[in-house]
Design a binder for this molecule. Structure first.
Ligand code: ADP
Length: 507
């Protein structure tokens, strides 16, 4: 196996289910990429372990090759061979694990949503640790993400530390507490974890269903550092309304739990170098933004009669969390207010997808509305660049990246004040916020009336003074949403836990 070069910094291994752009479903993929790149820039040795999905975007991996070793890992009482691939993704070394298991865990044509996800990802978590162990790696930090790799924390402390593979401290980040991956407790033993030891209220037993095991809870209990993706969301999940049953566990472990706001990868999201755009532009030269708006309208066959007509956009997974009824309402309200609306989104939920297909066909050939019900990364860049306003009416939002990307491309966010949206968007009319931080429009109650009000305010602001609007656009484009300061917070958390571990070892 390839050995890491020596490095002055920490050796950090991320074990995850996604990394952009090769395996991205949503924000998790962006975060694993952006945080890893920022940590690497700070001088740390960063490696990543992912499943070798059949649907990887392999053209985005440089020098992908299979290693001529097979790593055997335990599952369901026997050992299975795993083929190990290694390649470079945006300068980062990534290991891809291809299990030789009859269930063909990662040959499903998609990343998630399979009936046996618990098995697929508990297998992967075990195989990832086995890879690190057999390769003789001695990471300082193993950082895992979401329930799919939450098994790593109990596996590490219960099985691998006992074998002497104990150099690392475990950091776990939960990107969304809605997804906990619970299963009947009997499923836990497949990956080698001990049901007797772990199916207990203070360990992995689900807080509301005693016959179920909760991997997310296991990671909270067994990790040295637990983070989530914004300070406001960190507070929300400690309440009965926000914690999805885990608020008690989080409160119990509050000393190691912290919210760190995500950043965005400012290399891939940069309007002045973005080659996907018809015309590049910057805060100092906004002419290109107008040209992108014209180009998108032409491409989507929207009316281009009035260059000043505001273009409202939304790019999202269409799931209940995102406030789909409010997104729907925003489309009609935009038309009512004389704007244009473009939605790029797709839904894993059949009835929501059907609903929006209905709306899309209602607006077929409409001069001011276009719904694009698919996932399309290139198109998302063009929409960010073309749009004047960007709407995110989420019911809850752990962090949210689209408001930050929108601002970087000069689109003013209109958001519900929740989670990470509350930590990154500050209303232009809020006198309690210093003027230089005010960067969008916010509303609190998730109902149509409040949404109408905030959209009316935004349209008024836009129409009343184009000069002020332009100043606002320039200001938001210059805001720093890079990973720099968030990566520094992670670095500090890592260093603190590593120092404590070393002190304890020398005692
Ligand atoms: P979540 O992780 O809940 O999906 P985030 O706001 O954290 O939401 O991240 C969403 C990411 O996925 C952004 O990079 C956004 O541009 C992208 N995205 C969402 N839907 C689509 C789509 N239909 N086509 C292209 N990109 C999308």
């Amino acid at each position: 196996l390839t050995q890491p070069q020596t490095s002055q910094g920490l050796h950090i291994v991320h074990i995850a289910a996604e990394i952009a752009p090769v395996a991205k479903v949503g924000g998790l993929g962006d975060v694993v990429l952006g945080l890893s790149k920022a940590l690497q820039r700070k001088g740390h040795l960063v490696e990543i372990v992912l499943p070798k999905y059949d649907c990887l975007q392999e053209d985005q991996i440089i020098e992908l090759k299979a290693l001529d070793v097979a790593v055997e890992s335990f599952f369901d009482g026997q050992l299975f061979k795993n083929k190990i691939w290694v390649g470079i993704v945006e300068g980062l070394p990534v290991y891809f694990i291809e299990p030789h298991h009859p269930s063909k865990f990662f040959w499903r044509g998609e990343f998630y949503g399979e009936h046996d996800d618990f098995k697929r990802f508990s297998f992967f978590s075990r195989a990832a640790l086995e890879l690190l162990y057999q390769a003789g790696k001695k990471p300082d930090i193993i950082h895992c993400h979401d329930w799919q790799t939450a098994f790593v924390a109990p596996l590490y402390w219960d099985i691998y530390a006992a074998k002497g593979f104990n150099s690392a401290r475990i950091c776990f980040t939960c990107h969304n507490f809605e997804y906990q991956g619970t299963a009947h407790f009997s499923e836990l033993s497949s990956c080698g974890l001990d049901i007797q030891r772990l199916n207990r209220p203070d360990r992995m037993q689900d807080n509301s269903a005693p016959d179920r095991i909760n991997p997310l809870k296991g990671a909270i209990v067994f990790s040295n550092i637990v983070t989530t993706v914004s300070p406001t969301y960190a507070q929300e999940v400690c309440t009965p309304e926000g914690g999805r049953g885990l608020h008690g566990t989080l409160r119990l472990h509050s000393k190691k739990f912290v919210g760190v706001l995500n950043g965005i990868d400012t290399d891939s999201w940069n309007p002045s170098t973005d080659i996907i755009l018809p015309v590049q532009y910057s805060a100092d030269d906004l002419q290109g933004k107008a040209e992108n708006k014209r180009a998108l309208r032409t491409q989507l066959e929207l009316s281009a009669a009035d260059a000043f007509q505001p273009l409202v956009c939304c790019i999202t997974r269409l799931v209940p969390q995102k406030g789909v009824h409010l997104i729907r309402h925003a489309i009609y309200q935009t038309v009512e207010l004389g704007g244009q609306f473009v939605l790029l989104g797709s839904s894993p939920v059949a009835h929501i997808q059907r609903d929006f297909e209905g709306i899309a066909s209602h607006f077929k050939n409409h001069p001011h509305v276009r719904l694009l019900l698919k996932y399309d990364d290139a198109l998302s860049h063009m929409i960010y660049a073309a749009s004047d306003m960007f709407i995110i009416p989420s019911l809850f939002e752990p962090c949210g990246l689209t408001q930050m990307i929108a601002m970087r491309y000069g689109s003013v966010p209109i958001v519900r004040r929740t989670g990470g949206l509350n930590d990154s968007v500050f209303d232009v009319d809020d006198d309690t916020i210093p003027v230089q931080y005010r960067n969008g429009f916010t509303f609190l109650s998730p109902n149509e009336q409040d949404l109408n009000n905030v959209m009316e305010r935004a349209f008024k602001y836009y129409k009343k003074s184009p000069e002020n609007w332009q100043k606002l656009v320039q200001r938001i484009m210059r805001l720093d949403f890079s990973w720099e300061s968030s990566a520094q917070q992670y670095e500090e958390l890592y260093e603190k836990t590593v120092t404590r571990a070393r002190a304890a070892a020398n005692f």
